[in-house]
Ligand binder design. Sequence first.
Ligand code: TYM
Length: 329
Amino acid sequence: MKTVLSGIQPSGLLTIGNYIGAIKNFVELQNEYNCYFMVVDLHAITVAQDPAALREASESVAALYLAAGLDPSKANIFLQSHVPQHAELGWIMTTLASMGELERMTQFKDKSAGKENVGAGLFVYPALMAADILMYNADVVPVGDDQKQHLELTRDLAARFNHRFGEFFTLPEPYIPEVGARIMSLDDGTKKMSKSNPNTGSYIALLDPPSVIRKKISRATTDSGREVQYDPANKPEVSNLMTIYSQFSGLSLAEVADKFEGQMYGTFKKDLAEVVVAGLEPLQQRYQEIRQTGEVRDILRQGAQNAQAAAEKILTGVKDKMGFLPKGF
Ligand code: TYM
């Protein structure tokens, strides 16, 4: 059976971008693959973190995985820091990656732009991500469009390792949805919707209450035209809202366009808000239940145990190929 792996950082509130670009696909893939879904807390510390916020966000993201439909009897759900092999293989990947490669990562360029103090962790972050993926020899990695470059680097590092030390790693394939791989910000249709945007009106968080969702959608920027038409190059904002509509309603983009033909943006936005509110309601309800039962702790413990057993096997193989002496040699 093929293996799937992905992860989400516990930094800030998850948005409908994370849901559409990633989590929704995790839920579909869990039925057919051997799955590992992580909360990547080691990645979250590459920018300044408040310890209490990190604790809360780590448990919250795991609970959101479950609330969205991930099933611990089908997928291994765990915290990255509970499987210390990630840090170890991360270091090894850092030694395989070149400075030039890491400097070319657009996410690093974006996150470090204009900052005086850029942590080295932010720079080597993609090497840790490569370790996450290669740790289970994942075949398929479901991610949004912004992670594509990191996936390419992962493939390069895997190929480099295989070339230097002998065939070992599988080259992973990205799984990027055709529609919804890049949900845009509500205040600017040319920017990605992001949980770290200080303007909270720019994103819809998965746990936003209905009144907040309605307000954010009614205030979302739209172009000066009138037609509800899918045209990302010329009408990025409306096209983005149509994508969100399509993802929450199950209608295709053409069906959304037909449905709102001849109607005003205001009518479309009102309907969109109701579709999103109704789509998130079951997830929000399950989330509250899950947080109350505290079941997530046992699930994370079990997930980490399973993941660690698999990770240890790969890491032992890697170290052997590279020339590390085993204990008690
Ligand atoms: P992160 O935490 O920024 O985002 C988690 C996932 O959500 C997707 N995503 C989006 N998709 C569509 N539209 C958006 N606006 C949007 N915003 C975010 C991301 O593409 C991602 O799939 N480096 C990763 C975490 C990571 C990882 C891994 C992923 C660490 N190790 C191993 C896959 C495999 C990150 O920062 O994602």
